[in-house]
Design a protein around this ligand. Structure first.
Ligand SMILES: [Mg+2]
Length: 403
């Protein structure tokens, strides 16, 4: 089922709700309790919809929009296709009539609503709902999400995530130097071309990448490495022994998340901090890894792990264990606001996937872009998402409901 929306009326609706471009950069703060009889408890969700935006260049993106019986709306995206489908099938109807400010109990209700809630697409969809509720809450109170969470950091340091760049030696070194000149003090490179089947030669080649980068950037840039869960313990041990002299800040996801024992063993054997978490679903996964001393860097993704609400709890858990939380950067909005809400000792960085982020926020007026290696927090309410009318050729509500 696809419900077409007249573009003019959709954009007018966004404007009325403080989302549209006519309102300028900061949007409009909806007076607390405005409308109705002015009581906080009277705010209710009246509609949830997945909006598919299509650009003049045929580019598409999905956003979750929540409507209420007052002016406040919640908007979050782009969201993954799988998450959108599950929101539509499992969460959309249940949201009607809910108090959007009562997030904690509602998160728990959603989590208990399915025996399969502990992972995968279900909790990705739950994350989208949670993030849209946080945006709604921010717009209702007229505050950015990071301020609602108790934060005050106006800027957060971003690390350059270098997926997709050439690793031919001269190109690799030139790119690393360029990123350093652009102000990135932290760079993450990906070791995904080789693995256990390549034996000692593979280890040597993956160690050479580290050496070339260290030579290129000198000692004042942190270097991180992501193995894309392709290694086994022997390969990881050989590589870490070979590269400890180059002081990597972390080795990320050397194994699949299911292989807790390998993470424990590697952490015991190397001085290089071990990182993982983009496939953590819920605080329980984080607790399991931290209490086993398996990792020092938690990389949960607020669009996959349970949303802003859950990532904040993970930060508390990490603080107990002296670990960092540096969220996975498949997107920016939710991660940026949570990081900005936390002490820099717990959340020092956000990931900025350079190639992906270049176009990921195509439909938004304020696309997050680091300057001198820093990302500025938006001043607008909620996550500061403002759709750009000039980029949108078509808007429609999409559904995966079975007829
Ligand atoms: Mg990764």
């Amino acid at each position: 089922m696809v419900e077409h929306i007249k573009r003019r009326s959709f954009l007018a609706g966004l404007a009325a709700a403080g989302v549209g471009p006519q309102l300028g950069g900061s949007g409009r703060a909806v007076a607390v309790g405005s409308g109705g009889n002015g009581k906080l408890g009277d705010l209710k969700i009246t509609k949830a919809e997945i909006l598919q935006l299509t650009g003049k260049n045929k580019r598409r993106a999905l956003y979750l929009k929540l409507h209420t019986n007052e002016d406040a709306v919640g908007l979050y995206g782009p969201i993954d296709n799988e998450a959108a489908m599950f929101v539509d099938r499992f969460f959309k109807q249940g949201l009607i009539g809910q108090d959007p400010l009562a997030i904690e109990a509602y998160w728990d209700k959603m989590f208990r609503a399915s025996r399969h809630s502990r992972g995968s697409h279900y909790i990705m969809a739950l994350s989208a709902v949670d993030n849209a509720l946080w945006d709604l809450r921010g717009r209702f109170f007229g505050l950015p999400v990071y301020r609602l969470l108790g934060g005050s950091r106006k800027k957060v340091r971003a690390y350059a995530s270098c997926l997709g760049f050439s690793q031919e030696p001269s190109a690799l070194q030139a790119k690393a130097r360029q990123l350093k000149r652009q102000g990135y003090r932290h760079q993450k490179w990906f070791l995904r071309d080789r693995g256990p089947s390549h034996g000692p030669e593979g280890v040597e080649a993956d160690a050479k990448v580290v050496r070339l980068l260290r030579e290129a950037v000198g000692d004042d840039v942190d270097l991180m490495f992501d193995a894309f869960w392709e290694w086994d313990l022997q390969y990881a041990l050989a590589w870490t022994r070979r590269v400890e002299q180059y002081r990597p800040r972390w080795i990320e996801e050397p194994f699949q998340t299911a292989n807790l024992d390998a993470f424990i063993e590697l952490s015991r054997e190397t001085s290089i901090p071990v990182a993982t978490g983009e496939h953590f679903y819920g605080r329980w996964d984080v607790h399991k890894f931290l209490k086993a001393d398996a990792i020092m860097v938690v990389q949960a993704d607020p669009e996959w792990c349970g949303g802003v609400s859950e990532l904040v709890k993970m930060c508390t858990l990490a603080s107990v264990h002296g670990a960092n939380v540096i969220p996975h950067g498949h997107s920016i909005h939710a991660a940026l606001h949570v990081v900005a809400s936390q002490p820099v000792e717990i959340c020092p960085l956000v990931e900025y996937l350079i190639q992906k982020m270049d176009t990921y926020y195509h439909f938004e007026k304020h696309q997050p872009r680091p300057v001198d290696g820093m990302l500025e927090l938006p001043e607008g309410p909620g996550f500061g998402i403002e759709l750009d009318e000039s980029k949108i050729a078509d808007v429609r509500a999409v559904s995966w409901q079975q007829s």
